[in-house]
Ligand binder design. Structure first.
Ligand SMILES: [Zn+2]
Ligand SMILES: [Zn+2]
Length: 343
């Protein structure tokens, strides 16, 4: 009789309850899939929503969260002839998309209505092993270590795509609103793309970090009216990427635009914000949402990070610490990202 191989994993068994760190069977890669030994997995705010069942479409339980996975291929399933055992890959939020619908065919696989999401509809990387789709795992460039790469697979990709969606040109003034896990990467990507970055946050400590990372200007709305200030100083910014966790920051970004400006929404706090129709129409403001990025975007975001030395601020933790990490995420505003080291 063959003994079933087991691994340690952090499992959601009930919403709003601590994850159970326990032994579970190592999954088997099916056709088109690969088995990965997980080296590192970042912890994203979305994991918190999965654990709490916050969204209308809840993940089926039990579920292993985690979608900022970096690992090494240990087995390739049938039909995978473009990846090899021993290669290092990243597994993003977009676990799989159909490849045949209008969204997939037009370069918007992230909007595929049949998509499966890592650590949500399928098990993710809070585990020693995981299965990924061979077509959606992305090779990690040499020169980026595991702990640095993990946050780039979701947070880095998300802000890279968000900045692309601003349609800003090199030299343009681009606001990054909210300098947390997403924002501190957005400042670096914005600078690498040639933008003049304006950091907006209510904590001076985070604005200092943004300056160190290359922001040309910083504004703290606690002591300066950001709309009046930017309109007086530069006539408003060309674009903004809002990664903030509070709804008022979204309306504020619209006010900080120059005529014709574009505001991209990346942060996902619950709630609404008011919009002046007159202001939007008369000043021809564009407002658009942006969610993660495609495989093509991920490849470009990783290579840009390797080339321009884009480095996330990382705090490390072990799989056994997962409940503490998730709790701290809800209460503290630690800048940077936490990454689980799995060996
Ligand atoms: Zn994420
Ligand atoms: Zn599709």
């Amino acid at each position: 009789m063959m003994m079933e191989k087991t691994m340690r994993a952090a499992v959601v068994t009930q919403f709003r309850q601590p994850l159970e760190v326990r032994e579970v069977p190592v999954p088997r890669p099916g056709r088109g899939q690969i088995l990965i030994r997980v080296h590192a997995c970042g912890v994203c705010h979305t994991d918190l929503h999965a654990v709490n069942g916050d969204w209308p479409d809840k993940p089926p339980l039990p579920r292993i969260p985690g979608h900022e996975v970096i690992g090494e291929i240990v087995e390739v399933g049938e039909g995978v002839d473009y990846l090899n055992v021993g290669e290092r890959v990243g597994v993003p939020w977009l676990h799989w998309a159909c490849g045949t619908c209008e969204q997939c065919l037009s370069g918007w696989e992230t909007l595929c209505t049949q998509q499966q999401r890592t650590g949500y509809e399928v098990d993710g990387g809070f585990a020693e092993y995981m299965v990924a789709s061979g077509h959606f795992a992305t090779k990690i460039p040499v020169g980026i270590d595991d702990l640095t790469a993990a946050p780039l697979v979701c947070a880095g990709l998300t802000v890279y795509k968000g900045l692309m969606m601003t349609s800003a040109d090199p030299g343009d003034w681009v606001i990054i609103s909210g300098i947390g896990g997403l924002g501190h990467l957005a400042v670096q990507y914005g600078k690498a793309m040639g933008f003049q970055v304006i950091a907006v946050d209510i904590e001076d400590e985070k604005l200092d970090l943004a300056s160190k990372l290359g922001a040309a200007m910083t504004v703290n709305p606690r002591n300066t009216d950001p709309v009046g200030y930017l309109q007086r100083q530069i006539g408003g910014a060309h674009a903004a990427l809002v990664t903030a966790v509070s709804p008022p920051a979204f309306g504020q970004a619209v006010g900080m635009m120059r005529p014709g400006g574009t505001v991209v929404l990346n942060g996902l706090p619950p709630g609404d914000f008011p919009l002046s129709i007159y202001d939007m129409v008369m000043r021809a403001i564009t407002l658009r949402g942006s969610i993660v990025g495609t495989r093509f975007d991920l490849g470009r975001a990783l290579h840009l990070a390797a080339q321009e030395k884009i480095i996330p601020t990382v705090h490390t933790a072990k799989l056994d610490d997962i409940n503490e990490v998730l709790e701290n995420m809800q209460t503290s505003s630690l800048p940077g990202r936490t990454v689980l080291e799995l060996g």
